[in-house]
Write a protein of this length. Sequence first.
Length: 283
Amino acid sequence: MALTGIRTRQLGALLSYSILILFALTTIFPFLWMVITTFKSRGAIFSLPPTLYPDLIFKPEMFDSYIQVLTRYNFLRYTGNSAFVAGMAAIGQIFTASLAGFAFARMHFRGSNLLFGILLATTMIPVESIIIPEFLLMARLDWLDTYLPLIVPSFLVGTLGTFMLREFFASIPDELVEAAVLDGASTFRIYWNIFLPLSVPAMTTLFLIAFITNWNDLLRPVLYISNSSLRTVTIGITTFQNEFGAQWNLLLAGSVVSIIPLLIVYIFAQRYIVQGIATTGLK
């Protein structure tokens, strides 16, 4: 009986790992195909049947697509622009969301639940429905062709971040707050010296989510940025497409270049992200 139970558990583990490996391969295959295609010539990209092995591998022109994207099409500057915009917007969202989350979690006041409900309800409003009045407001403020319209809306509106940090702050033991109050700590000092240091995993998770969201944004950069030196990566990628077709080798090379900073940020932040997701909202 014991041997049968061991074999059953082994078969169950084998089945679970097989499903996970299959799911992982299915998820990563589009990315691998994109990278492989950047090392193909234009003719090989549309060859039938398609081949996994790139025809330019280990040839002098192997990295021509990346060289063109980074030099001729100025993707190094676009990447720096996107990193600045996404980084500032994410940092600002951490600041405002942590203050709002602390207020909703620990500062009990009349109408707080109603106000929090209204805040959550704003997630159901699509950006496209408010982009016209937002554009008119940015034009009135003379912010067009600057990074302010790309940063300020994310800086001030962080519904997901407020929800995440509110749940995290609510899980912090009341004894810590009571001890700080007995020591004479002010409300802001409790927030700054106790809650913020304890919420590093949750804030790191929020930073990555906000960073990726702003990095991938295309609508606002297209509307507000006309100066080529201020373009972001998402605008740069669209230059490889037109109504007649696309330069697929350059388009995919630009996509790979745009993904690399996100991978780097995720690799350095992943241990905090796992910890933040695991602890957010748990009492």
